[in-house]
Design a protein around this ligand. Structure first.
Ligand code: NAD
Ligand code: ZN
Length: 341
């Protein structure tokens, strides 16, 4: 079958012919229709330090997708041929303490689709049926293809009560922008998002942010004054992984504020801990998506009218995958969809 794979231990990604994956008794075989390019795929494309340590070569990558069930393992219940699905990319063990307690996103033995095992940049994908999520009609294939990063946004944004709160989001990447849209949709008061990339800040404005602030030109304190905010932000969502951005957040939180951290810093990050202590802040790390509470919330948010369509800025047929990767690499993009159908 046709697939996009990491074939060589060097920057790039290649179209190749690979074996159709084999289905076990608890698996589904999915015919891929749409895929999206994740930041992780860009790390793998660039062949950075993390990828060199993590990704075996050759490897079919990709983990953001929508497709159709075309094969069902003999032990599987609850799915039919033709079901439209996306899927959770974290494959969990089911027997560790966290899994057994229903906290599958905290499994100690997690494997990643398109990272540790064959991914979705291919005509066919095999995953455990447990990981598949059936799509309601309101969710298009394009939108379903970005449910994985949308799930990161939803998991982070809904970690704390946002109703009537002032929310600061650092990092207007696709995930930060979707989090801003979610925060507005569920009833936050002011949603302020920061970045240093004008294209992305514009997109954040289109998707409902109260203010999208270029921190290389404008000061958060001035923005807060403009908005009549005298005390600081109630909730912070860190979505950049950039130390400067996190320090800025700590500086501008209200006493008793709550912070959810999704962004992954490249290395150790020093902060002024006295800010955390004297402000009485709560900081929560966020990994992946809750299985499957986050997925139900995502579908329901779309069904209740959340419009995510502006975040998809580019579409390419799969044979033009290089243009898709170039759009992502430029930084002037939201989500990029590659069409397999
Ligand atoms: P992204 O790299 O597209 O977005 C990060 C944004 O931060 C960029 O737009 C960049 O311009 C911006 N930025 C740079 N300097 C800044 C500054 N000083 N202030 C504010 N913003 C600044 O990434 P993404 O795909 O949207 O993901 C967001 C983050 O979440 C990344 O760090 C990613 O690695 C991480 N992530 C974590 C998980 C998890 O499970 N914890 C899952 C997916 C992604
Ligand atoms: Zn487990």
């Amino acid at each position: 079958m046709k697939s996009l794979a990491k074939l060589k231990a060097e920057p790039g990604i290649w179209m190749t012919d690979s074996e159709k994956p084999e289905m076990g008794p608890n698996d589904l075989l999915i015919k891929i229709k749409k895929t999206a390019i994740c930041g992780t795929d860009i790390h793998i494309y660039n062949w950075d330090e993390w990828s060199q340590k993590t990704i075996p070569v050759p490897m079919v990558v990709g983990h953001e997708y929508a497709g159709e069930v075309v094969g069902i393992g003999q032990e599987v219940r609850g799915f039919n041929i033709g079901d439209r699905v996306s899927g959770e990319g974290h494959i969990t063990c089911g027997h560790c303490r966290n899994c057994r307690a229903g906290r599958r996103h905290l499994c100690n033995n997690t494997f990643g689709v398109g990272v540790d095992r064959a991914g979705s940049f291919a005509e066919y994908l095999v995953i455990p049926a447990y990981n598949a999520f059936k799509l309601p009609d309101e969710v298009s294939d394009e939108l379903a293809a970005i449910f994985d990063p949308f799930g990161n946004a939803v998991h982070t944004a809904l970690s704390f009560d946002l109703v009537g709160e002032d929310v600061l989001i650092t990092g207007a990447g696709p995930i930060g922008i979707m989090a801003a849209a979610v925060a507005k949709h569920v009833g936050a008061r002011h949603v302020v998002i920061t970045d240093i990339n004008e294209y992305r800040l514009d997109l954040a404005r289109k998707m409902g942010a109260t203010r999208a602030v270029n921190v290389s030109k404008e000061n958060l304190k001035d923005v807060m004054n403009d908005l009549g905010m005298t005390e600081g932000f109630d909730v912070g969502l860190e979505m950049s992984g950039v130390p400067m951005a996190f320090r800025d957040m700590l500086e501008n939180m209200n006493n008793g504020g709550k912070i959810a951290m999704l962004g992954i810093p490249g290395q150790d990050m020093a902060i002024d801990w006295s800010k955390v202590i004297f402000k009485g802040l709560t900081i929560k790390g966020i990994y992946g998506r809750e299985m499957f509470e986050t997925w139900y919330k995502m579908a329901s948010l779309i069904q209740s009218g959340l419009d995510l369509s502006p975040i998809i800025t580019h579409h390419f047929p799969i044979d033009d995958f290089q243009q898709g990767f170039d759009a992502m690499l430029s930084g002037n993009s939201g989500k990029v969809i590659l069409h397999w159908d």
